[in-house]
Design a protein around this ligand. Structure first.
Ligand SMILES: NC(=O)c1ccc[n+]([C@@H]2O[C@H](COP(=O)([O-])OP(=O)(O)OC[C@H]3O[C@@H](n4cnc5c(N)ncnc54)[C@H](OP(=O)(O)O)[C@@H]3O)[C@@H](O)[C@H]2O)c1
Length: 324
């Protein structure tokens, strides 16, 4: 079967088409014939910086949708030919993948496979950030970085659906603000001085919840945007700066809290918890009519173009690879 792999870290052109044996499912696993493979920012970080790459060569890809090809010993509740979506620790840029049954979800008839691939990781991430980590309460104000991207597009809508008061997004360019405003955001701020803009917009109070996938200066400004008792959650390091830390002197004056979240780490350490989170997230998406536009799709062989677009900072919504 065909897959996309890289043998060395580098620019998108290290992504090559390879022919590898079709994998067979072991106990507790499901083989899936992939129709769509989702492109995540973490895939680009894997390729450029070795993020979560245990060894080379490596096939990136954290989410797929498709049909069940075969069930491994002990797997119940799924049937061959069924439509499913799955989260993976890597390996999703391939014609066939093997996923843990616990991380494989039946796709309801009402949802097509394209939407299922687009939504699975971002929904679980946005829902986990708002509800399980930040513990958003009705009426609270929320600030989301990267508001026009995959996670950001869904998180604005989830915050709105949860009864948030004002939902602020942050983007790097005005044209992205137009996209984000259609997806739950009341106000979309443009520029690195978003903390000052937030304080101005809230009469100096700040926000209750700030979600930051960028790190570095963006993280510091997210923390600076918090109101008393506010919570900031770090969930990525798109900017590639040194890890953050926090101390009593910084947090205690406004009694603020900082936290962190990784859907991949959750899935690796506690698959049942990830399953529960994903089920809740999909129920909420169905109830609230959450959508995520696929703004670009590429054939599997052109995965490098998808990475170029994602890293150009000009993409909005979700990017997918069309595998069959
Ligand atoms: N912790 C988790 O569980 C989890 C799960 C999924 C994703 N994530 C993180 O969430 C973020 C969004 O992921 P996604 O897959 O949905 O991607 P995405 O939002 O579609 O694209 C990445 C976004 O990051 C922003 N960005 C900020 N600094 C950047 C930089 N130096 N280079 C490139 N982009 C930069 C860009 O928005 P602006 O140009 O508007 O700033 C860009 O739109 C990523 O940081 C990812 O690692 C975390």
């Amino acid at each position: 079967m065909r897959a996309i792999a890289f043998e060395q870290l580098g620019q998108p052109d290290v992504l090559k088409v390879v022919n590898v044996p079709t994998p067979e499912p072991g106990p507790g696993q499901v083989a899936i014939d992939v129709v769509w493979s989702g492109v995540n920012f973490a895939d680009a970080k894997a390729r450029s910086a070795g993020y979560r790459v245990p060894q080379l060569p490596f096939v990136p890809g954290l989410e797929v949708s498709g049909t069940v090809r075969a069930l491994g010993p002990g797997v119940t509740g799924l049937t061959v030919g069924q439509h499913v979506a799955a989260m993976l620790p890597g390996g999703g840029y391939a014609e066939t993948v093997v996923a843990a049954a616990e991380a494989t979800f039946a796709v309801p008839d009402a949802l097509d496979l394209r939407d299922a691939a687009a939504l699975i990781t971002v929904l679980a991430t946005g829902y986990g950030l708002l509800h399980d980590v930040a513990r958003l309460r009705e009426g609270e104000t929320v600030l989301v970085q990267g508001a026009a991207g995959g996670v950001g597009t869904v998180t604005g809508q989830l915050a709105r659906a949860a009864g948030a008061g004002r939902v602020f997004g942050v983007v790097s360019r005005p044209d992205k603000a137009e996209h984000a405003r259609k997806f739950g955001y009341d106000e979309v701020l443009v520029g690195a001085d978003f903390d000052e803009q937030v304080l101005k917009a809230t009469d100096g109070r700040g926000v209750d919840v700030a979600l930051d996938p960028v790190g570095g200066d963006s993280w510091r400004r997210s923390v600076a945007s918090l109101a008393r008792y506010g919570r900031a959650v770090s969930y990525g390091n798109a900017g590639g700066e040194a890890p953050w830390n926090a101390d009593f002197a910084e947090l205690s004056p406004r009694a603020i809290s900082v936290g962190a979240f990784s859907v991949l780490t959750l899935g690796a350490g506690d698959p049942a918890a990830l399953r529960s989170l994903t089920d809740r997230a999909f129920r909420e998406a169905e109830r609230a009519g959450i959508t995520l536009p696929v703004t670009a799709e590429f054939p599997l062989d052109e995965a490098a173009r998808a990475h170029q677009l994602l890293e150009s900072r000009s993409s909005t919504g979700k990017l997918l690879l069309r595998v069959r």
